[in-house]
Design a protein around this ligand. Sequence first.
Ligand code: PEP
Ligand code: MN
Length: 262
Amino acid sequence: SREVQPQSSEVEIVPGLTIGGKEFVVAAGPCAVEDRDQICDTAVAVKQAGARLLRGGAYKPRTSPYSFQGMEEDGLKLLAEAREITGLPIVTEVVNPRDVELVARYADVMQVGARNTQNFALLKMLGQLDKPILLKRGMSTTIQEFLMSAEYILSEGNRRVILCERGIRTFETATRNTLDISAVPVLKQQTHLPVIIDPSHATGHASLIAPMSYAAAAAGADGLIVEVHPCPEKATSDGPQSLRPDDFQVMMDKLREFVKVA
Ligand code: PEP
Ligand code: MN
């Protein structure tokens, strides 16, 4: 908490890149890794637009067990190839405590998804790693519960935690979730940890990503994680909430007018 540590934490991702400092850091990429061209082409495009990390899921926590579950280690290998080509560090989700060691061999940042925010066994294992953790807020967790989940990681010794607001469950159906934009200043008041926004899962609609990203920047967020796909109509998951690379570029150019992005 801020009471224990008044100054904001800057979380180092790789040498030369931190989240929580002066730069507004954007991670972008597809929901799921699908094939070599898809991930490598996206990586090149998002880097060109100013993204500093590449996102992509190799293990997908799908609502239905019959939906595409991810490429698993083959997907991690393709992410590593895309990193090799672009130099972008990779952020990817780990769903199961049993896969922590394997995912950590490839990932620069380990993502905990909204369905695992209170998977305390997973959080404790991640607390023992020497790697940054991107912790998403669960769709029905309060800010207090979210912060306690972060404590599960911190208390094991890993201080490199980045918080991510990705929308919460409300009665509203016009959007996939309801982006709790006030979570940004509330979290900033209560904790020294960096806070980023995921406008893709928060809204479920590509057309709402840019306005919510500008709102996130205005609210004081430290960055974004955004879904970008070269051909959203063909995406195996979350196509409707994925930006095309050229729309991502337009959004980044606009963001550059009021925050410091690469
Ligand atoms: C994701 O980022 O791919 C994801 C599954 O998001 P969330 O855990 O926020 O639903
Ligand atoms: Mn997704």
